[in-house]
Design a protein around this ligand. Structure first.
Ligand code: MAN
Length: 497
């Protein structure tokens, strides 16, 4: 190191000694402002224009680019303020020697130097001190802001993880709700099919009952006919019996003798007739009727009241099912089924209820999934940092209004009357700015909207509010959310790595 200094130092000294100092020229540009051996000098913008060196800074503009007058206001050029002890800057030549101390640029007051002009004291020391303080404050803010941001980032990561878990749960809930819905749909299908079967069955029962009635009538008619025939036969037999017992065998009557003979042969052939004629009532019953009877009752009663009872019961049951189905289809007024909703049989109603519950569960799950997906997909800044700020608000006064900014929420403007105007709802982070849109409609104009520009700060603070175009607001805030890692911390972070 020492060896290097020894070599470099004489070179620097030689170069510095050779350069003539020119007012308004930065040290690094002095070389270009040295005369040639003939004491001439070439304009910087156009070196073909060569002027005597004495015309540099002679308060007269010679070069088209104004480069021959860096230290006066003769040309449109730039003046270099050395601002020793602080930060060197350039000021427009028009502000040189204009009778105003331009301390915002030239803290050394060098812009006003000349015979008869005001003298500007050097304020660089104070400005440097203020600057140093501001820098220290900014660094402190950056350190504090960075630390606060780290916390926000980890909070955001937690919130994101929670959302991801919610999404996973919603996806699983959706899958199981969909499966439940499918099962419920199938169950409802079955219940409806069963009710429809009920309709068919009742038709069978109705047909069976009609057939049974036919048979009953036939049996009854047969019985009556049989009883009539029996009565007539009995009567005829009685007549013949009387005749055979009471006729006069000595009276040669061929007709009477033939009748008695025939009667005796009849008696020998058929014997005495005992009781009523037996009729098998199921004799003519068809398969369908037997099926109905077998399904609807285990009873084998053959007496009229006995065998009709199960048929009536079956018919009633079938009717109940038909009725349920008709009510379910809105064709019949509901007479009130125990656990059914109006218009449905209990089975169908409960299957439909389950289907509705399952559909609701699917809707809920889909809504939750979509909500979680939407939330996760939102652009919320680097490392999702603004996710951590949801719900936090900051207030600031500007002009006649008090503005409130709620991260992830709305920006509002409160007037003296106290009523709040919505300046927009948070939509996204674009180019490092928070965008709030769709606020209250502006009279004869667009919906209000607000853009929030951010700089690093330890705490949220509204710094300024303006309305660049009517009902379009610009808020400048400081917030830890946008703080970057301080240089010093970068070194440490590197060491840690
Ligand atoms: C209110 C405020 C203003 C806005 C006007 C537009 O006075 O919201 O910021 O410019 O309405 O009519």
């Amino acid at each position: 190191m020492r060896l290097q200094l020894l070599i470099v130092a004489p070179v620097l000294l030689t170069a510095a000694a050779a350069n003539i100092v020119v007012r308004g020229v930065a040290p690094q540009d002095l070389e270009r402002y040295q005369p040639d051996v003939q004491e001439r000098w070439a304009c910087i913008g156009d070196p073909t224009i060569v002027i005597p060196y004495s015309r540099v800074n002679d308060d007269f503009c010679d070069c088209p680019d104004g480069s021959d007058e860096p230290g006066t206001s003769a040309c449109e050029y730039k003046y270099y303020c050395a601002n020793k002890g602080h930060i060197p800057k350039y000021i427009s030549s028009a502000r040189v020697n204009d009778g105003v101390c331009d301390y915002d640029v030239c803290c050394d007051g060098s812009d006003e130097v000349g015979a008869g002009l005001i003298r500007c004291e050097n304020r660089c020391k104070e400005q440097a001190a203020e600057h140093a303080k501001r820098e220290a404050d900014a660094q402190r803010a950056q350190r504090g802001g960075w630390a606060a941001r780290q916390k926000l980032v980890s909070k955001a990561a937690g919130a994101r993880e929670k959302l991801q878990k919610e999404l996973t749960a919603a996806v699983a809930a959706e899958a199981s709700a969909l499966a439940r819905e499918k099962r419920a749909e199938e169950a409802l299908e079955r219940a409806l099919a069963k009710a429809a079967d009920g309709v068919r069955e009742s038709e069978g029962v109705v047909r069976a009952r009609a057939r049974l009635n036919e048979l009953r009538h036939a049996v009854a008619a047969s019985g009556a006919r049989a009883r009539e025939l029996e009565a007539r036969t009995t009567r005829a037999e009685e007549i013949l019996k009387t005749l055979s017992q009471e006729y006069n065998p000595n009276y040669n009557d061929e007709g009477v003798k033939a009748a008695v003979k025939a009667y005796n042969e009849f008696r020998e052939a058929f014997g005495e007739v005992e009781g009523a004629i037996e009729v098998d009532e199921t004799e003519d019953a068809d398969e369908e009727l037997l099926d109905v009877l077998a399904t609807e009752t285990a009873s084998t009663n053959t007496d009229e009241e006995g065998y009709m009872r199960p048929v009536v019961t079956a018919a009633r049951r079938a009717w109940n099912r038909v009725q349920g189905e008709l009510v379910a289809r809105g064709l019949l007024a509901d007479r009130g089924f125990s656990s059914a909703r109006p218009g449905e049989s209990a089975d169908v109603a409960s299957a439909r209820r389950e289907q509705e519950n399952a559909q609701r569960a699917v809707r809920d799950a889909v809504q939750k999934r979509e909500q979680a997906e939407g939330e996760l997909a939102r652009g919320l800044g680097d490392e999702d940092v603004f996710r951590a700020l949801a719900g936090e608000c900051v207030e600031g006064e500007s002009g006649e209004y008090v503005y409130e900014l709620c991260f992830g929420g709305r920006v509002t403007q409160r007037g003296k009357s106290g009523s709040k105007t919505n300046l927009g709802t948070f939509e996204r982070v674009t180019d490092g700015k928070l965008m709030f849109t769709k606020g209250t409609k502006c009279w004869n104009g667009p919906h209000r909207s607000a853009t929030v520009e951010m700089a690093c700060g330890e705490k949220h603070k509204i710094v300024a509010v303006s309305e660049p175009a009517m009902c379009e607001y610009l808020l400048r805030i400081v917030t830890p959310a946008v703080c970057t890692m301080p240089e010093a911390a970068k070194g440490r972070a590197g060491d840690e790595l």
